[in-house]
Design a protein around this ligand. Sequence first.
Ligand code: COA
Length: 276
Amino acid sequence: MADKKLECVKVEKENGITWVLLDRPEKRNAMSPQLHFEMDETLKALETDPETRVVVIGGTGGYFSAGQDLKTFFRDNENDPAAFKAAAEAANRWRWERLYKYDKPTIAMVEGYCVGGAFMQLLGADFAIAAEDAVFSLSEINWGILPGALVSKAVADTILPRQALYYACLGEPFDGIEAARIGIINFAVPAASLRAETVKLAEKLMAKSPAVLRATKHAVRQVRGMDFGQAYDYLAAKGNEIKVIDKQDSYRTGLSQFLDDKSYKPTFEPFKAKDE
Ligand code: COA
């Protein structure tokens, strides 16, 4: 991926954070088939890239994304089911399958427009921060489809039913402050501090044990679909898994730094990793 020329995606790496930016600002970062193929390949490669500890999904030109490209994704493929299927598979794979179970923490950084299909990567990412003046819209109702792929499902699973129905059925735009209020993002900040606040969150995540963080985010997501018996069993197994694969031996290190060294308080901060 690193050596391939990307036309619709920009990748920037800095201090463990990799910024993956949709890059069609002249189309408000509407997502074309080409963009989906590039995003899918890019995220696949970054998942095992040693320089990447946190992935931030955003867009260039001050726009998150105006959703699916209504021309190149929908209309141009109306008579080409094979091309449509290939594009839709890549679109769903990177926005949901990859992001939902990504091995590294992911943050959606939203400025400008976040419309329609862009809610998939918004909600596929583990965390989301937006500019207070960002513009969110489930616009599908306004141009004649329902919020498809998994947009309706992801929205319904994230916010209260009244809010989900209201915004999906009315298609009214709302800003970052409202997005935080209804719980579709973690928090909204003034546009001028969006990048700095995103870096701050990424740094907090990078201070955690990667193995424990990975297991925790997978666990919180997976237990949603389980009953209590399944969840007890899964969480016990997942907890044991960490003890086997965790290079930092976080459990014993954390306990020892608290109980023996008395060097930190877990209520307020993470233990200090051995290699620091
Ligand atoms: N699909 C295809 N093209 C899009 C697009 C989309 N989702 N969103 C924007 N564009 C294109 C416009 O057609 C325009 O192209 P042009 O320069 O060739 O005419 C260009 O991007 C700029 O858009 P424009 O509408 O002029 O910019 P704006 O800043 O005034 O408005 C939006 C931006 C996002 C509010 C408006 O373009 C819009 O409502 N787009 C549709 C978004 C949508 O419903 N997406 C849901 C898809 S699931």
